[in-house]
Design a protein around this ligand. Structure first.
Ligand code: ADP
Ligand code: MG
Length: 278
């Protein structure tokens, strides 16, 4: 395996993009599995009522299972809902259930409604004997209270961008929300990583989009690009990530390379104040 040195502190990344179908969940679960494959201990928090990350990690998440809903609404400790994914003993998942669909509304009337995940996560991380290297939070496709809870709980924002038309459209809205969060709720949140996904190098369009995104975000875009690959899209129906489903496939190789890049470029502490607005 690849020789990487982990930082020894827990990096919390929220995987967000208010567009649906751009590869948030796919990136969350495969990046998490790839990170574990190079020696990291990782927690995935499934914050999407769809529960696709829980499904892909083969973690039970029927309505009767304690979930991130209970953490956000009833102040359950995260330790009580975490499950180990069959992918790896070092890959944990805080599952989502269908109850989470109501949480967006229920949170509105809660005390400290934007900080509920942050408080629970801080408590959980402080309680661990064996520390985690990464927490990845899979967000729903909206900028509502669930996503805001993820932004408040994280220090890093990871944006997957699909290499197609209008890839940059909507990004200014996302960055506007991030600025608002930095100002009012979490000054240490910063955009650390952009992952180009579903890249089809045979099309000029994909190349153009990739080039354009790199021009806008030269520091943030990973060198590694995730190719469009059938193996990536079919892995979840076997309750697997592409890393375990077909570790030699182009998608698995790319996610492992991307994971190593994320570990080795290691974001500096605190927000980057030099970020130029675009
Ligand atoms: P989101 O979480 O942003 O809604 P998903 O991760 O669920 O997006 O991905 C949307 C669809 O695209 C899914 O059907 C998924 O299987 C597919 N997909 C994502 N990444 C790839 C890829 N690299 N190659 C092929 N299909 C992909
Ligand atoms: Mg998703």
């Amino acid at each position: 395996t690849t020789d990487v040195t982990l930082s020894g502190r827990t990096r919390v990344l929220t995987v967000s993009n208010q567009k649906g179908g751009v590869g948030k969940t796919t990136t969350t679960v495969n990046m998490a599995a790839a990170l574990t494959s190079v020696g990291a201990r990782v927690l995935v928090i499934d914050l999407d009522p769809q529960g696709n990350a829980s499904t892909a990690l083969s973690v039970p998440h029927t309505a009767d299972i304690p979930s991130i809903y209970d953490v956000l609404i009833d102040e359950f400790p995260i330790a009580e809902i975490v499950q180990v994914s069959p992918e790896s003993p070092n890959l944990l998942c805080a599952p989502s259930t269908i109850h989470l669909a109501g949480a967006e509304i229920e949170l509105v009337s809660q005390v400290a409604r934007e900080h509920r995940l942050r408080t629970a996560l801080d408590e959980y991380l402080a309680s661990l004997d064996e520390p985690l290297d990464f927490v990845l939070i899979d967000c729903p496709p909206s900028l509502g209270l669930l996503t805001i809870n993820a932004f408040v709980a994280a220090t890093e924002l990871l944006i997957p961008i699909q290499c197609e038309y209008y890839a940059l459209e909507g990004l200014s809205q996302l960055m506007g929300t991030v600025k608002m969060i930095q100002k009012h709720l979490n000054p240490s949140l910063h955009l650390s990583t952009i992952v180009l996904t579903m890249y089809d190098g045979r099309t000029r369009l994909a190349q153009q989009v990739a080039e354009e995104v790199r021009q806008h975000f030269p520091q943030e875009v990973l060198r590694t690009v995730i190719p469009r690959s059938v193996r990536v899209s079919e892995a979840p129906s076997f309750g697997q990530t592409v890393i375990s489903y077909d570790g030699q496939s182009a998608g698995a190789v790319a996610y492992r390379e991307a994971a190593v890049e994320i570990i080795t470029r290691d974001a500096p502490d605190g927000a980057s104040e030099t970020e130029e607005g675009s």
